[in-house]
Design a protein around this ligand. Sequence first.
Ligand SMILES: NC(=O)c1ccc[n+]([C@@H]2O[C@H](COP(=O)([O-])OP(=O)(O)OC[C@H]3O[C@@H](n4cnc5c(N)ncnc54)[C@H](OP(=O)(O)O)[C@@H]3O)[C@@H](O)[C@H]2O)c1
Length: 351
Amino acid sequence: MTLRVIQWATGGLGRAAIGQIRLHPDLELVGCWVHSPGKVGRDAGELAGIGPIGVIATDSIDEILALDADCVLYSPLMPNPKEVAAILRSGKNVVTPLGWFWPTAEEKERMVAPALEGGVTLHGTGIDPGGATEQQPLFFTGLSSAITFVRGEEYSDIRTYDAPDVVRHLMGFGQSPEQAMHGPMLALLDNGFDQSVRMCLDTLGFADAEIRRSREVAVATAPIDSPIGEIQPGQVAAQRFAWEAFIGDAKVVRVAVNWLMGDENLDPPWKFGEGGVRFEVEVKGDPDCRVTIHGWHPSSVAAGLERNPGIVVTAAHCVNSIPYVCAAEPGLLTFVDMPVVTGRAHPDLAR
Ligand SMILES: NC(=O)c1ccc[n+]([C@@H]2O[C@H](COP(=O)([O-])OP(=O)(O)OC[C@H]3O[C@@H](n4cnc5c(N)ncnc54)[C@H](OP(=O)(O)O)[C@@H]3O)[C@@H](O)[C@H]2O)c1
């Protein structure tokens, strides 16, 4: 049975998802919501760069809610819980990279009611949160025992992230260290990475832990070329955000992102090191294990601005989850409640 899917927003993630839905044997794109007035009335396949597919983009929420569909892949700029609740009430499952990875009891209560009303399921997933910062560490703990520590950490060249307003105004790159430290980014990331840490703590059965958040910045020591313009000496050119859980003095979980505008001319002189840009997963137990993931970063700044594999990975995790979410009992589904989510064979090689 083919599942009917609506793509909500066509940013980098939505565009990648449209192409992936087309290649998935169990899925069919039947609708597309857009925010930008210039995209209304255009073919979703053309917006995604795969040629026309006969699905016309609309900015009408009512039209989308009235469509007969099994699932909405919800990926606008910011989450709107009221909007998500309305989609659920309309009888459509929701998969999203914008939250509900490991919701608090209060957040869960708020969304379970509309999900039950619509007889459908809400699931939050992605790359981090939703992948490298909890799904992957937890997966690898299954091959060790007596776990004492897990870590999921990203090391990225942020010049490859094609969202200039986000990079400058939300993340605080190119600002003074004082401006950046008082900016909204730690609070914005907190919503996601706090869930990653709590998912690890709760699932592994750690005792009550204190979660400490930190933010460090490095400034340029010479002009650095970047897609948001030249970063001047003294302006923020690299940042490190970390969420760490402690039981007494023992650090039991670390989730962190290291975002650098390249690794030259920085003070402090942070480096990617020999591993280069990567994701790292670490488990300490019996035995310890360490996994480095390459391929989720672009080969160059230009390639990343064209199509960023990190965004493609996030879209794939959402798209691949859709059949499992549609088959689940109504309510809210987290990664630990699901069977193993896999991709599907390329159409040229499929049975
Ligand atoms: N969990 C994870 O691992 C993960 C990873 C990557 C991204 N994300 C999140 O996923 C979301 C989408 O990422 P992206 O890379 O696709 O972002 P993006 O390229 O910035 O696209 C966001 C899209 O949202 C729509 N939009 C813009 N302003 C809006 C507004 N005021 N209200 C409603 N919609 C608006 C636009 O859609 P149209 O172009 O169709 O008009 C825009 O293209 C972001 O919130 C991002 O933080 C999560």
